[in-house]
Design a protein around this ligand. Structure first.
Ligand SMILES: Nc1ncnc2c1ncn2[C@@H]1O[C@H](COP(=O)(O)OP(=O)(O)OP(=O)(O)O)[C@@H](O)[C@H]1O
Ligand SMILES: [Mg+2]
Length: 235
């Protein structure tokens, strides 16, 4: 088991956002977190990444308890988060943003090698290495955000709505890239509103509703779920 989350609880002041979320992710899996606006998807990822204090529950990464570790420690352990809204540094170049993803001395040493892999995955960035990130299109920014995550050589790559705001053709491109990243052995957790894409790339999924896991299962079963179809596919 790569990641085991038990009974995760999160409060924002008096407001409880997560009511005992439990997840299990095996090495090499791609798992999606689905759910409507405000269901707690971002909160779950941020709590797992040490970006939010938790009020209960445990998180084990490869058998080690990590729920009170800081984000940078988790990143150094291979748990890497591509945040919602990308969060690039607009006045740094593409290359500088990518290099910020090298979070350990080991990944810094191998940065040229990893950069070659990232540019191979995102050829559109190759000619834009010196361009300021703030001047990129939305799709290009998303590529940099995912590329920055990959520069840290993740064991577990967690992406929050990588397709947000992208034209359909770019959404396809992002998911094709995730399929390649998965094929190379990286474990993926992805929050996604375009559920048909998430269901294609991911083997399993969890559905959050009101801060609780309402459904879980293989994506084949979730794709057939009347409740999910009604909620997200408008079918
Ligand atoms: N900083 C905050 N302070 C107070 N409440 C918050 C804060 N961040 C999130 N919430 C609340 O927690 C709940 C879960 O929010 P979260 O951002 O995790 O949802 P989400 O599933 O990611 O939704 P979306 O699909 O809109 O991104 C929502 O009701 C939200 O209003
Ligand atoms: Mg969100």
């Amino acid at each position: 088991m790569l990641l085991r989350v038990r009974d995760l609880q999160v409060h924002y002041g008096p407001f409880q956002a997560l009511f005992g979320v439990s997840l299990e992710i095996d090495e090499g899996e791609a798992v999606c977190l689905l759910g409507g606006n405000g269901a707690g998807k971002t909160t779950t990822l941020r709590a797992l990444m040490g970006a939010l204090p938790i009020s209960g529950g445990t998180v084990e990464l490869l058998g080690q308890r990590v729920e009170h570790r800081a984000s940078h420690e988790l990143a150094a352990m291979g748990m890497i988060h591509v945040p919602e809204g990308r969060e690039l540094f607009p006045s740094l170049t593409v290359l500088e943003n990518l290099e910020l993803g090298c979070v350990t001395p080991g990944t810094r040493r191998r940065s040229a090698e990893t950069l070659a892999v990232v540019l191979d995955l995102f050829p559109a960035l190759r000619g834009r290495r010196r361009q300021l990130a703030g001047t990129l299109s939305g799709g290009e920014q998303q590529m940099v955000a995912i590329g920055r995550g990959l520069m840290g050589r993740p064991k577990l790559l967690m992406l929050d709505e990588p397709s947000l705001g992208l034209a359909p053709v770019l959404v396809d491109a992002v998911f094709a890239t995730l399929e390649r990243i998965k094929a190379e052995g990286t474990t993926i957790v992805v929050v996604e509103q375009h559920i048909h894409h998430a269901l294609r790339v991911c083997g399993r999924g969890y559905v959050l509703e009101g801060g609780r896991i309402a459904q879980e299962g293989s994506t084949a079963d979730l794709g057939r779920s009347d409740r999910l179809r009604a909620a997200y596919l408008g079918m």
